[in-house]
Design a protein around this ligand. Structure first.
Ligand code: CTP
Ligand code: MG
Length: 555
């Protein structure tokens, strides 16, 4: 057995992991993660960050002897958990019970011999594991289990959806296929923890934490990791010094603005990752953006990463979405469905532009859920009412307080099925008066637009910011047209007939790009018809559909 620090790196294709048994579809009340998700956002973050610090990543030979690897590692301490995944070859994520095991392991591993390349002697927690004499060592026959780190292609998803019983189950199947796995979450926190090792070289007290969809319960396999550098101790030190008869403070470099400090810090850490970070590639410093950041691809974990400096408001929105995502199992299923639908129809795009972002789309779903009767999730003002002293957060003059303890929030009395919610979502936004109204999650009400952006979604914490300012009129119109078309498809469809014809039905039918001719037909159909007319038309179709389904059941 031979372990070495990251040396020559293979450039194998970033492949999909092997087939793995999929968990059963998530249904309300059957969520295995409920136990963890009821914890507060801060508790989950602390636990995960702590876990990541006890974790290492090992690149393995293609035929790895699992038992021997674990046996070797256990000589440095107890291995608490581990899994294998494919990313430019086979990799193992190893979580030790104690952080000290890592130092012990680091002491024992070698430095790669620099025959062709010169190595930068930065000792990370990324190792390469090779067999000293592969021929003489018998490889065990049982293949190792590879944990998938990306979701199945839409084509395969559609096939799976067609086997479901109803649209609600289809939505839970989609959620199960796309949501982050326990393993993927561990890998995301490890990526942050590895970046932290660099940041700590300059700022020993700093931490690197994920935010955005990696932690807000709406992350999908394959999405980027948003991370920020946090100098969490600055506030604490200020209060410490107030006590006692003396006043003592650090001498620190003073700069004319916070922005400049942020840019300088990111610039240096970006250079550090670029020059010395094992597997950090395509490092791009985007320091003039509204929120300065460093983009890079972290090859050992396979993630595209965005590193910024502590943005307290973005963290509050991550926690707010976390709370909404934990409150009711329908919330996440609906968001994942809408996000997937939007991606298929080109309403969202991974490149920045004038289209709606996943973040805006998620906020629109939250708003819709606040508008149900009875509401499925509370407004932000209601969550603020429930906040206690420790939940108080005033950031840059804005009151960003809301309750963190999920148990204080009363469960909803709303019992609508996901199927109904999906259809109503399309109808609601297909008929929303975007010209006049804006979306305000704090009040849970449509309010007059304060300015003329086509789509106005209030930033829940910085009340004068529109989170969807980038969206232009054509993109908004495309969204409205697609929503109307989707409502129409769901209402008119005859599931039984489609199943007999082996045609995609329900959600599956919505995830197939609508033909061009079809969509222009749709526009004509909708032109000049008032929403009431549409509603009654759709209701009559709903009745017809229910009748035909009933007939089919009776047969
Ligand atoms: N954010 C924000 N205001 C915006 C855009 C983003 O406050 N106009 C914050 C949100 O907290 C968001 C995070 O930055 O969750 C990350 O942004 P982004 O990566 O665009 O969204 P995600 O929620 O991470 O979604 P995705 O899965 O598409 O990355
Ligand atoms: Mg993101």
């Amino acid at each position: 057995l031979h372990l070495s620090g990251p040396g020559a790196r293979g450039h194998a294709r970033l492949g999909r992991s092997g087939a793995v048994a999929q968990p059963a579809a998530e249904e309300p009340g059957e969520d295995a993660e409920v136990g963890t998700r009821k914890k507060t956002f801060a508790e989950v973050q602390t636990e995960r960050l702590n876990q990541a610090e006890r974790t290492v990543l090992i690149k393995c030979p293609s035929k790895v002897h699992e038992k021997k690897l674990l046996q070797y590692l256990s000589s440095h301490g107890n291995v608490k958990s581990h899994f294998f995944f494919e990313n430019r070859g086979i990799n193992a994520l190893i979580e030790f019970s104690e952080k000290s095991s890592i130092a012990s392991l680091q002491d024992a591993v070698g430095i790669p011999s620099a025959s062709e390349h010169h190595v930068v002697p930065f000792k990370s927690r990324l190792f390469t594991f090779t067999l000293k004499n592969p021929v003489s060592q018998r490889i065990e026959e049982t293949p190792i289990h590879l944990s998938p780190q990306c979701h199945i292609p839409v084509k395969d998803l559609i096939e799976k959806l067609c086997l479901a019983d109803n649209i609600s189950s289809q939505m839970y199947i989609l959620l199960n296929e796309y949501q982050l796995t326990e393993e993927n979450i561990k890998l995301r926190f490890l990526a942050c923890s590895l970046v932290r090792d660099f940041a700590c070289a300059y700022f020993p007290d700093s931490t690197v934490k994920p935010f955005g969809s990696s932690v807000n319960t709406f992350g999908k396999l394959g999405s980027d990791v948003d991370m920020f550098l946090d100098f969490c101790d600055t506030g604490k030190h200020a209060t410490k010094m107030k006590k006692g008869p003396f006043d003592m403070e650090y001498q620190m470099k003073r700069l004319p603005s916070e922005r400049l400090a942020t840019q300088r810090i990111l610039s240096v850490i970006g250079d550090c990752l670029d020059n010395f970070g094992p597997g950090c590639a395509n490092v791009q410093k985007i320091l003039n953006a509204r929120c300065p950041l460093v983009k890079f691809s972290h090859q050992p974990t396979g993630f595209q990463c965005d590193l910024s400096v502590s943005n307290s408001i973005a963290i509050r929105s991550s926690e707010l979405l976390y709370i909404y995502g934990c409150l009711d199992s329908r919330v996440r299923a609906l968001v994942f469905t809408i996000r997937c639908w939007a991606r298929v129809h080109g309403l969202t795009n991974s490149a920045p532009g004038t289209w709606i972002t996943n973040f805006s789309l998620t906020m629109m779903v939250m708003f819709f859920l606040q508008r149900r009767s009875p509401p499925i999730i509370p407004t932000l003002d209601q969550l603020k009412e429930l906040a206690d002293e420790k939940d108080k957060h005033i950031i840059g003059g804005y009151d960003c307080s809301f309750v963190s303890d999920l148990r204080k929030i009363k469960p909803t009395k709303n019992t609508e099925t996901l199927e109904v919610l999906l259809c109503e979502f399309f109808e609601y936004f297909g008929n929303f008066d975007f010209r006049r109204n804006s979306i305000n999650l704090r009040k849970g009400k449509e309010v007059n637009k304060p300015e003329s952006s086509p789509l106005y979604i209030w930033n829940p914490f910085e009340q004068d910011l529109n989170i969807s300012k980038n969206v232009n009129q054509p993109q908004l119109e495309k969204f409205i047209a697609m929503a109307r078309e989707s409502a129409w498809i769901l209402q008119k469809e005859d599931k039984t007939q489609q199943m007999i014809n082996k045609e995609p039905w329900g959600l599956a039918a919505l995830l197939i790009p609508f033909g061009k001719s079809n969509s222009s037909k749709m526009k004509n159909r909708m032109k000049g018809i008032g929403s009431e007319t549409i509603r009654s038309l759709l209701d009559s179709l709903k009745l017809n559909n229910a009748n035909s389904q009933q007939k089919a059941v009776g047969k």
